[in-house]
Each structure stands twice: as structure tokens, then as C-alpha cells.
Write a protein that binds this ligand. Structure first.
Ligand code: ZN
Length: 246
């Protein structure tokens, strides 16, 4: 069974009445509940816990980590970023949500600034499925419509995704690559745009379905463990014409 750790900065919910009303127990609680209901073994971790809740033990029992952060990216210790980065390269799945585009871990994995345009004007967003055969789009209609969202607009300064699953259109005219799949080392990374803290985005059923699909997709594969470094030949090589061999 896939085990998921839902990580949340968990500051807005404790500091803002507006956010607390939408997510009284935190964004992580709502996401974890949706994933639990889908049959995943789920735990949560937050910034202000020791090691940000991401101890080696916790990561040992994590197939997929989801990441929501916004106001306190700088407070995430480098040592923990290193730890999560190593795990991703080793095969742990990572789902980066909304304002997590500026998290240290996402920027490091992308190797770019990950900047974008934004605007808070309660705009309609349509997330068009542009890759209907992709497992992350299972059970989703041709598009997901959200009545009130924060706008994110292109250019989104990330490397071209291996697969783009969602492309968003906003009422104000901008577009945005909202569902981006990457592989880094043995790990699978999915960036998913929706989720501003002042709108009840993670209560939306279609959004929850995408998160469930993404966790399913991002879990470690069962491929071979690669070996690296100097390698003995698998067949006999004719060295008679090699002048560097003495
Ligand atoms: Zn936001």
C-alpha cells in the first residue's frame, strides 16, 4: 500500500481567521482526509515540528510526499531540503502544490527560479486536461472549473515538463501550465497549481481526485536499482586493436 506524508507549512491557518474558517485543522488535514478515504496510508507533517516533521523515520515510511508552503519557505532548513532531495532521487514521489513553486525543494529539483505572474481577484479558472490518457487525469472531465481562484500566469519559469497534464485558463486572460510531471533520478515529481489558502480549493472533489491520482502515479516504481561507476564488460571485448592496453 502506498504511504503518503502530507506536509504543510501550517501558518496561515493559525494566523488568519479567513483561512482558519476554510481549513480549521489546516490544509494538511483536508488533503490527508481525502487521501485516506481513497485508501492510502496517510500521515501529516508540519514546519514547526522537530525536523519540520520530516525525520529519517518518517521519510522511511513515505512513498509519496505532498508539499504545501507559502510564507515561510526560508524557514525550511537546508539539511531537511537535502534529506528530501536525496529521497526523491532515490525514488520517493513528490507532489508540489500551488505556492510550493517557490519552495526550496522544488527550486532545487527544477534548477530554475520557478517564478510566475499572480493576482488575487477571485477569478474563474478552467484547468483543461491536455493529456487525457495520463493516469493523473483518470475520472476527470474535459476540464475542471473553479469559480474563485488566485491567478497564476505564464511565464512559469520551470524546465519544460516531461508531460503536461493540465493547462489553465483564467478569467483575466492569462494561461498557466497547471499540472507538470517530471522525473528526477528515480523519483517522480508532479506540480499541481490550485490551492490558494483563502479559497476552499482542497475541498473540491475533482481537485481531490487529481491528488489521489497523482499520489498513485508518483509512488516509487518497481524498476531495477541502477549501478554506477567503473563497469566490467558483459561480453568479451577484442582488445588486440586497443593501443592504450599494455
Ligand atoms: Zn496563493
Amino acid at each position: 500500500m502506498t504511504t503518503v506524508t502530507v506536509w504543510n507549512e501550517y501558518r496561515h491557518e493559525r494566523e488568519s481567521d479567513v483561512v482558519a474558517e476554510i481549513y480549521p485543522d489546516g490544509i494538511h488535514a483536508v488533503i490527508a482526509e481525502a487521501l485516506e478515504a481513497a485508501g492510502f496510508e496517510t500521515q501529516t507533517a508540519t514546519l514547526d515540528e522537530p525536523d519540520h516533521g520530516l525525520t529519517e523515520d518518517v521519510l522511511d515510511s513515505t512513498d509519496v510526499l505532498t508539499w504545501w508552503g507559502h510564507a515561510a519557505h526560508d524557514e525550511v532548513r537546508e539539511e531537511i531540503v537535502d534529506r528530501v532531495h536525496d529521497r526523491v532521487l532515490d525514488g520517493m514521489g513528490l507532489i508540489v502544490l500551488h505556492s510550493g513553486h517557490y519552495s526550496k525543494i522544488f527550486k532545487r529539483l527544477m534548477g530554475s527560479a520557478c517564478s510566475l505572474k499572480w493576482r488575487e481577484a477571485a477569478e474563474t479558472e478552467r484547468l483543461w486536461v491536455v493529456e487525457p490518457g495520463h493516469p493523473i487525469a483518470d475520472g476527470i472531465e474535459e476540464y475542471i472549473e473553479l469559480d474563485e481562484t488566485e491567478m497564476y500566469g505564464e511565464r512559469f519559469d520551470v524546465p519544460a515538463p516531461d508531460t503536461l497534464v493540465f493547462n489553465s485558463w483564467f478569467e483575466g486572460g492569462e494561461v498557466f501550465r497547471s499540472g507538470c510531471c517530471y522525473r528526477r533520478g528515480n523519483g517522480r515529481v508532479f506540480y499541481f497549481r490550485p490551492g490558494h489558502e483563502t479559497y476552499p480549493i482542497y475541498h473540491n472533489e475533482a481537485i481531490q481526485q487529481v491528488l489521489v491520482n497523482a499520489v498513485d502515479w508518483a509512488g516509487p516504481g518497481e524498476g531495477p536499482t541502477p549501478t554506477f561507476g567503473n563497469s566490467q564488460p558483459h561480453e568479451e571485448i577484442d582488445l588486440s586493436d586497443d593501443r592504450t592496453v599494455h
